[in-house]
Design a protein around this ligand. Structure first.
Ligand code: NDP
Length: 316
């Protein structure tokens, strides 16, 4: 069985940054990309908030650049999805696509989180053409325009407030007759003059063919169906961390996000590190993911050095 010093699972900004650092530290990292190489940025158009790109960059281009940079220093980028792990002892054993196995002294998990969607065909069709799951990433493209956002949690409130600063009007579509968000976030939304909150409102369809022109909603109390003209439609109904294959091996919170020691990327298993959105449900930005990817690689390097010196002492 192949035995490597450092395995990276997942190919988003955190995974590639971990790969760049690990490769430059001569850990000869192997990366398995997972089912969506490039992660969430592959479904984003322009990225204008990643430092160092004054003219912005297309999400897929940025991921291609990161892959090349990781490979330039010797990362072996492989297409395949980790289906199982055995973290009971080191070296860890990881199964790829249900068959191939690889042994690794350290593992960096950077499998990210996936935005939840309503599941409407029109939402899928217009994804990236006015439909977005990230206001911070895409809100700027709708400045001066009218947009709608669906969701009632802290994220939806935060994003509605963010959008209200640049958009003419934000209509918030809340499916029940109350918010889920904390009181302070609710107040912030309710006190913002250009945010209108529609309670008991279900989204039936996003309207438009090559771009969003509106949203069709139904009032669940009255049954009335209305079309609201908007050019942007934001979905903020939560995220799902991609950790199903790790259940039972690592400490996670009740939503499946991996718990790390604060200020580090260390998980509950020494030698296993977590970076990016898989351990962060607050910031969820490419740049914060990249930052934790760097931390994970540095911590993996230190971990391997410590294990090596322990072995050297044992051998005396
Ligand atoms: P949440 O799971 O808290 O909220 C999801 C919201 O989406 C709920 O209001 C839910 O409605 C709604 N929803 C789910 N499915 C649908 C659907 N099909 N149609 C319409 N609405 C739907 O997710 P968040 O991303 O808001 O927050 C995740 C966690 O992160 C929370 O613990 C939150 O507190 C935290 N967070 C904290 C922040 C902060 O402190 N600044 C910022 C952002 C997040 P319903 O209420 O009816 O179930």
């Amino acid at each position: 069985m192949e035995h490597i010093p450092c395995l990276i699972i997942g190919a988003g900004p955190s995974g590639y940054t971990a790969a760049i650092y690990a490769a430059r530290a001569e850990l000869k990292p192997v990366m398995y990309t997972g089912p969506q190489p490039g992660g969430q940025l592959m479904i984003t158009n322009d990225v204008e908030n990643f430092p160092g790109y004054p003219d912005g960059v297309m999400g897929p281009q940025m991921m291609e650049d990161l892959r090349k940079q990781a490979e330039r220093f010797g990362t072996s980028v492989r297409y395949g999805t980790v289906s199982e792990v055995d973290f009971s002892k080191r070296p860890f054993v990881v199964t790829i696509d249900g068959s191939d196995k690889i042994q690794a002294d350290t593992v960096i998990i950077s499998t990210g989180a996936s935005a939840k969607w309503l599941g409407l065909p029109s939402e899928q069709h217009l994804n990236g053409k006015g439909v977005s799951a990230c206001a911070v990433c895409d809100g700027f493209f709708f400045r001066g325009q009218e947009v709608a956002i669906v969701g009632a949690g802290d994220t939806a409130c935060e994003e509605a407030h963010y959008l209200s600063k640049m958009c003419k009007k934000v209509t918030m579509l809340v499916r029940r007759d109350e918010f889920r968000a904390s009181k302070i976030m609710q107040q912030r939304v309710l006190n913002t003059p250009n945010i209108e909150v529609l309670f008991n409102t279900e989204t039936l369809e996003v309207l438009g063919s090559e771009g969003v022109t509106g949203v069709r909603v139904k009032n669940s109390a009255t049954g009335a169906v209305t079309d609201i003209p908007v050019t942007g439609f934001f979905v903020a109904i939560g995220h799902q961390p991609n950790t199903a294959f790790l259940k039972g091996w690592l400490d996670m919170d009740d939503q499946g996000y991996i718990k790390t020691v604060p200020g580090t990327t260390q998980t509950s298993v020494p030698g296993v590190f977590a970076a990016g959105d898989v351990q962060d449900q607050i910031y969820r930005q490419a740049v914060t993911a990249a930052g934790t990817g760097c931390m994970a690689a540095l911590e993996a390097e230190r971990f391997l050095a410590a294990v090596e010196s322990e072995h050297a002492i044992d051998a005396l």
